[in-house]
Ligand binder design. Structure first.
Ligand SMILES: *Cc1c(COP(=O)(O)O)cnc(C)c1O
Length: 457
């Protein structure tokens, strides 16, 4: 992977958005040191660039608004699992976004952020009857995953009136991307109703005709590693099925298409590519009807809204060599970048080195392992990465970790959740606001059975 370790904020000569965000990052790292967010006693902190998140939300909203027929109802629902923090949901709500949730916990977070039920979409593949009842009572939109869930909904909608828009999730079976674990549109994916299985299409059309309350269709066919054209192909299948159902019904029964999220993120540089504009272009050529105004639109982007706007900052605690390899021992590892540690080829992360004062570190490149604190040998954020030689007290910044990384803490070794601060660059300096306090060590035993210590005696 190409890594620019020497001049962190360098990019093209143009003053583009990614260059500005890299400059904000440099300022934030330095200010985090100067303002005492990171020091010997608190060697690990996570930061979120609020201006960057706002810019991504505006790019999403703008790209679709420019393409859609005027007046088309549209809800951009942020996939909460990407960054399940109430202040993030509230920030995004402030930019006009809603929430896509997939568990009772995520629904509770969206509600704690003040997101109105009609701006929430519920998509879990394993909703209990109680979860369905709650969603229907609130008026939260939901997408049924499978035939049995649809039968359960038959009983529920017959017994209690609801304002929830209800749809069905389709697996378009249009094919996998480069990361198996994230490919939702394979022949045997666990999600949705498999559209190309024998008889499935006919069954689905019948299911809609039998249930006038089914008014939406949903697919989420993209993710990291899936090319835009392949995602767009999934949406084209969705659109074609909606047209088929509406033709059979003789009315516009399906009035809204939920196309999911899945825009990949560039982890190799600061460039925010592909852009929402790129995706909208791919959709316009594959599914022009999507923008005609005939259907309302729901999207569910996660990673592309926040990944590039989060960073982990850790002090280097010790350095050493083993078998000729330089190793830097830091506090950032598997608990914060779980996917990178367990599947490094699929989830490479950049490492940006800074001095103890928070200035970019320069020097001849030396291959180094950037190791985390966890007690297993594979806990490395980068292996043999060419970087200026690190020393104790230096800082390593891990950018692009604002989605599915420190917001999805993994409790290995009882490592605590670090603090998350938002940052804003103002004319008078960098202003930090605490978005999530660090998990205090004394809170760990109560969460691990300390109130029932004799339970196994
Ligand atoms: C995870 C998920 C998303 C968000 O995916 P991203 O790749 O983060 O954009 C949207 N919809 C559903 C149903 C999901 O499971």
């Amino acid at each position: 992977m190409a890594v620019d370790a020497h001049a962190h904020a360098a990019g093209g000569s143009a003053e583009d958005g990614s260059e500005r965000s890299a400059r904000r990052r440099d300022l934030a790292v330095r200010a985090a040191v100067e303002q005492g967010l990171i020091d010997e006693d608190a060697p690990l902190v996570c930061l979120l660039d609020t201006a960057g998140i706002r810019a991504s939300a505006a790019a999403l909203t703008g790209a679709f608004a420019r393409a859609l027929a005027p007046g088309t109802p549209v809800l951009h629902a942020f996939a909460v699992k990407a960054a399940p923090l109430v202040p993030v949901l509230r920030l995004l709500a402030d930019t006009g976004l809603g929430c896509e949730v997939a568990s009772p916990g995520e629904l509770a977070l969206a509600r704690a952020a003040g997101v109105a039920p009609e701006r929430i979409v519920l998509d879990s593949p394993a909703k209990t009857a109680a979860e369905l009842r709650e969603a229907l009572a609130l008026g939260v939109a939901l997408n049924a995953d499978n035939r049995q869930e649809l039968e359960r909904l038959d009983t529920l909608v017959a017994t209690a009136p609801t304002t929830s828009p209800i749809g069905v999730r389709i697996n378009t079976q249009t094919g996998a991307g480069t990361i198996d674990a994230l490919s939702t549109a394979t022949a045997t994916s666990k999600f949705g109703i498999a559209l190309r299985d024998p008889g499935a299409r006919e069954w689905l059309v019948r299911a809609y005709l039998d249930r006038p309350w089914l008014t939406r269709l949903h697919t989420h066919s993209g993710s990291q590693g899936v090319p835009l054209a392949l995602i767009a192909e999934g949406v084209r299948e969705l659109y074609a099925l909606a047209e088929e159902i509406n033709a059979a019904a003789g009315r516009r029964q399906v009035d809204t298409l939920d196309i999911g999220g899945g825009l990949p993120v560039n982890f190799a540089s600061d460039a925010a590519t592909p852009t929402y504009e790129d995706y909208v272009s791919a959709l316009r050529s594959a599914v022009p009807g999507l923008f005609s105004g005939a259907y309302g639109l729901v999207t569910e982007f996660g990673r592309s809204l926040t990944a590039k706007h989060g960073l982990v900052l850790s002090r280097v605690e010790y350095t050493k060599t083993a078998g000729g390899r330089a190793i830097a021992l830091t506090h950032a590892g598997v608990q914060l970048a779980t996917r990178t540690v367990y599947a490094p080829a699929a989830w490479p992360l950049r490492i940006l080195p800074y001095s103890p004062k928070g200035t970019p570190l320069t020097g001849p490149p030396v291959a180094q392992d950037i190791a985390g604190p966890a007690c297993f040998a594979g806990d490395l954020l980068a292996a043999a990465r060419e970087l200026p030689l690190l020393a104790p007290g230096d800082l390593v910044c891990v950018p692009d970790t604002g989605a599915y990384a420190f917001t999805a803490h993994y409790g290995y070794n009882s490592l605590p959740r670090p603090a998350v601060h938002g940052y804003t660059v103002t004319p008078s300096g960098v202003r930090f606001t605490l978005a999530r306090p660090a998990q205090p060590i004394p809170s760990i035993p109560p969460e691990a059975g300390a109130s029932t210590p004799d339970a196994l005696l």
